[in-house]
Design a protein around this ligand. Structure first.
Ligand SMILES: [Fe+2]
Ligand SMILES: [Fe+2]
Length: 135
């Protein structure tokens, strides 16, 4: 399984779009690592890098929303926090519980990121475009 970034995911905000593209690449790398062997250190490293970059991205996105006065800021921030919490929980489970496979973890990340961009982040793009028109 791989995810492919295309124009449907574009918010028209280059800083955020570039980070989303990078997140897609990192998730694909993670999946490749997991498919070859999750328990290798390199794959754990890929998971850590992904989580770290996701945090950086959430901070950037939250800063962009605040600067624009985006009304859905709190909702977005809650979604980011929930994802981070769920990721930490699943990562811990993958290490200890054989019922949760690392493929499931990566599949969860893939579907979350696609849905979150298409549904929640897309609205930030719409808001910023409308705001520019009004100026
Ligand atoms: Fe977001
Ligand atoms: Fe985002």
């Amino acid at each position: 399984m791989r995810i492919q970034w295309d124009y449907r995911y574009s918010l028209g905000v280059p800083e955020l779009d570039n980070q989303h593209i990078k997140l897609f690449e990192m998730v694909n790398d993670l999946m490749s690592g997991i498919e070859s062997n999750f328990r290798h250190e390199a794959t754990k490293g890929a998971l850590e890098s992904f989580l770290q970059y996701a945090q950086e991205h959430f901070s950037t996105e939250e800063r962009v929303m605040q600067a624009a006065g985006y009304p859905g800021y709190d909702e977005q921030k809650t979604e980011h926090q929930k994802f981070t919490g769920k990721m930490n929980e699943l990562t811990a489970k993958v290490e200890t519980d054989s019922d949760v496979t690392s493929v499931e973890l990566a599949a969860y990340i893939m579907s979350w990121i696609q849905n979150h961009i298409l549904e929640a982040d897309a609205q930030i793009g719409v808001f910023i475009k409308e705001q520019k028109k009004r100026r």
